[in-house]
Design a protein around this ligand. Structure first.
Ligand code: GRF
Length: 194
């Protein structure tokens, strides 16, 4: 089966671009039906222009409320025959109706070894705690922020003179590999939600 992906982003989009490239180069048996950004200034969307991939900007403040905004996202995902929604630096919390409709069909990548350091600035939180290892996690998305079932994780060593910047960079390299590894394993299983 060719897995139909939709990717939601807000910013830099390096994970999104890596997934897009992996699909185009046929490293994974998937195709990106649509990339949606809530942020018109997302640099990821700009970089995406060099690829022939459908994208859309949807700004929350152009909608009456979040429910209607997310309904519009949902409609686009249905239109694109989406099998799996990949969050990749999407900085909005998804509401209950959307989560219900796409239950167990939304995955996210987080820059820490969950359940440690949920929420924003995970790398900063990790350094503050003086951990010796950190990493990234791909997990299912549910109503608890960064609290859904863990699918896979990758570890990095935190060096003595590590800074937030260097740790972010180090983790991001692992994120790119991990997201693809997880997608490959989902595709190999051939079915979602089992
Ligand atoms: C990543 O660190 C990811 O773990 C977090 O947001 C960041 C997105 O980076 N959820 P990018 O936009 O994919 O470069």
């Amino acid at each position: 089966m060719v897995l139909r992906l939709a990717i939601l982003i807000s910013g830099n989009g390096s994970n999104m671009l890596n997934i897009v490239e992996s699909c185009i180069k046929k490293k994974i048996n998937a195709e990106v039906g649509i990339v949606i950004s809530n942020n018109p200034n997302s640099s990821g969307l700009r970089k995406l222009q060099e690829f022939d991939v459908n994208s859309k900007i949807l700004r929350l403040d152009n909608f009456k409320n979040k429910g209607i905004y997310e309904q519009e996202i949902s409609n686009l995902l249905v239109k694109e025959n989406t099998d799996l929604v990949c969050l990749a630096g999407y900085m909005k919390i998804l509401g209950p109706s959307f989560l219900k409709k796409w239950n167990k069909k939304i995955i996210n990548i987080h820059p820490s070894l969950l359940p440690a350091f949920k929420g924003i600035n995970a790398q900063q939180q990790a350094l503050k705690y003086n951990v010796k290892y950190s990493g990234c996690t791909v997990h299912f998305v549910n109503e608890e922020i960064d609290g859904g079932d863990i699918i896979d994780q990758s570890i990095v060593r935190v060096d003595k003179n590590e800074t937030v910047k260097s740790l972010k960079k180090k983790i991001l390299i692992e994120e790119h590999k991990l997201y693809i590894k997880v997608l490959k394993s989902i595709i190999k299983k051939g079915v979602l939600n089992e």
